[in-house]
Design a protein around this ligand. Sequence first.
Ligand code: SF4
Ligand code: SF4
Length: 77
Amino acid sequence: MDDIISKTKQDMTWNKTGVWRNMRPVRDPEKCIQCGLCKTFCPDFSAEKDSLDYDYCKGCGICAEECPKGAIEMVKE
Ligand code: SF4
Ligand code: SF4
């Protein structure tokens, strides 16, 4: 058992919390004005002005709610 836990931790995918997600934010670069509000409000530090980190994003949808331009759409995984 210890061996399994050790190998899992070495794999470094064990803490990629994005695997819990069932909704995914998708940004429309045509609408985005690079204001950074999504980054400000994201509780998981997964939103940047020009990227979304799907390894850690949990799909909470806060970025989509706060975006003043409606540039982020939540889609089903
Ligand atoms: S909040 Fe919306 S407009 Fe602002 S950087 Fe994020 S996606 Fe772009
Ligand atoms: S859905 Fe939630 S966790 Fe994912 S980038 Fe948006 S605010 Fe962050």
